[in-house]
Design a protein around this ligand. Sequence first.
Ligand code: UN1
Length: 493
Amino acid sequence: MKLLNFIGGEWIEDNSLQTMPVINPANGEQLGTIPLSTKFQVELAAQKAKEAQKQWALVPAPKRADYLYEIAFKLKEKKEHLAQILTKEMGKVIEEARGEVQEGIDMALYMAAEGRRLFGETVPSELPNKFAMSVRAPIGVAGLITPWNFPIAIATWKSFPALVAGNTVIWKPSNETPFMAYELAKIFEEVGLPPGVVNVVFGSGPTVGTAIVEHPDIRVISFTGSTTTGSKVAELGGKHLKKVSLEMGGKNAVIVMDDANLDLALEGILWSAFGTAGQRCTACSRVIVHKNVKQELENRLVEATKQLTIGDGLDPSVKVGPVINKAALEKINHYVQIGKQQGANLLIGGEILSEGELSKGYYYAPTIFTDVEATSILAQEEIFGPVISIIEVSSLEEAIEVNNGVKFGLSSSIFSQDINKIFKAQQLLDTGIVYVNAGTTGAEIHLPFGGTKGTGNGHRDSGQAALDVYTEWKSIYVDYSGKLQRAQIDNNA
Ligand code: UN1
């Protein structure tokens, strides 16, 4: 199927554009093509979005929210259909795909409810008979650049708060997962969202992404992706004085103390390290374990990893699906080779899987290294695949130091039954998200999502915090004294 850009409420057929294939990573099958747009499609989308925004901003927020309720119902109705497509284009196993569509439904309902809140503030004025308040005003046109690993959830985390707050949207989805964008755009059309309120432009990051970040009428940019691309977005956005919200990499750790419930810790590590084939920014890629329980945890992790079924995520018995593409497979393998060369001890995995049916797709064996140096490349850089590094420590203090000793700060987790250790850890772990007795993944949409240091630039997706990205504060003073009162005149001089 040939996907088209959705601009100004129309599906634009443009045969002058080159196309690019969309591949199912589980078996190499071609699912369709997308157009490789140029900056002209972005310009057209910006013009439509700007025009539409003038009207959209005047629609009362509870009425804007009504569209989001309709979107939630549509997503619910199509949940299984969307999950199947999501698994086909992205590779995650079907139960995770359903969970991701559910995140989109939850976000729609949550942000729709915000349409009846969008709280501002009233404050007393320093002058008599004068009323002072501040309200959230939309910024204008929002440019959204989203990744392939959560193609629907992350798009909803960004677009729904933008829309309810009165912005219009230009969205560049990942080239790897355009079908989710197409399905969502169809839903926007079906619920009757006015033309131009959401526009989807397919194409490459360097062309379409750059055009979005540079366009003068697109005033806020929200990006999720790699730290390398994110810092380019920040630089270019800064040059054009835009508000830029970034959510980037992670090197998330699970800390296992010697008083931990090891059954729980085992489940938490497996799920957050190998679920989604390790392709979450929140994925666990380091296990920081107390020396007293290291051996036992290692043995059990290896045994449990042997039991994981690997294959096409549409098969409900499969627990680990493929990675997104060949480049990802090679990148993961590259890090594994570095780990081996630098003396980390490989316990299981460490290879590309190519037997039988697996040879058609991009599969990497769930991999565990132990005796990894906390400062080594393997333990420092984001791999974005099913690879964990076990690092031994002797105390909580050391565990926290190792956890914090990376350039990222998205998610962390501690398994312990000691309330004092837990409270101390939650305070000192330098990440935007901290889990206690749970793995590093599974953030809920009504809490702020994002991280410290190299993970972000101070903004958050999801939760109330998302509204801060897509609104500006407007302070309004209403003087009903009937006189021209001058503030900040000091008569005592
Ligand atoms: C991501 O990997 O960018 O917390 C998002 C989680 C999911 C979202 C992950 N709810 O793991």
